[in-house]
Ligand binder design. Sequence first.
Ligand SMILES: [Zn+2]
Length: 307
Amino acid sequence: MTTNITDPVFHDEEKAREFLEAQRWPNGPVCPFCKEHKNVVRLGGEAAKKGLVLCRPCRKKFSVTVGTVMERSHIPLTKWLMGFRLMAASKKGISAHQMHRMMGITYKTAWFLNHRIREAMGLPVSAGPIGGEGKIVEADETFVGGKAKNVHKGKPAPKKHPVVALIERDGEMRVKHVANVTSKTFRETLFKNANRKSILMTDDSTWSRQAGKQFAQHETVKHSLGEYVSQGGISHIQTAESFFSLMKRGIMGSFHSVSEAHLQRYADEFAFRWNHRQVDDETRANEIIKATAGKRLTYRPTDEIPH
Ligand SMILES: [Zn+2]
């Protein structure tokens, strides 16, 4: 996608549709219901304006948005494209308030756009554990939220939410908001998301010492002794720490606060940009478009919109 926000795809609905189709269907329309791609015909007249295609084998009509997070949305495709572009390029994330101000859409529309794009940026169901034989996986935990200085007098301190990050050195990452701070929860998250043949790198906390025994090899960084990088620079968890630092700055700067219900989605958004960090903003935006397919919406339009 273009870097230039004056590009017609951000202003001309027909151009936006053509662009989306080129991304999702590089070899022509594919029926989202039965996967047919040969015996499909574009409809004429009014239906053509909606980009409707008829699948002859299953007799169903579809457009490029069917089967994606864009389905049944009344938001123009030009705005979706702008949304993908902004979310792909904003290192620290972009709030619904900012999208509302920048894109000439209501706050409510911006909020839905923001959350649906984030849904697309979530891990695909097919995503397996990271790491493997001879691979280094860094694991670390942090807490999001609950800044004491923001507490009003007489109100209880806001809750801190534990988040675990697992990063394969020079590879992909997984980040998980976990329900509680127990060794058991952390261990289970680790086992589910990292291959146990990996070389695990953690700090020297109790939970990671126990979990480490299940991995092919376990190296620890003794934060308590002020040892941050050891063994010739291999044993460290600085990749995980720098990810957390970026995510926390982003969440505090752009969003002020994040409700527990949405924290995993925000974490996924930051992980998506991390996992696609080696490509430029345009390519990353196109990767989001490709990821819009097959994502389930886990909230309904009737859900409360925070301000
Ligand atoms: Zn079909």
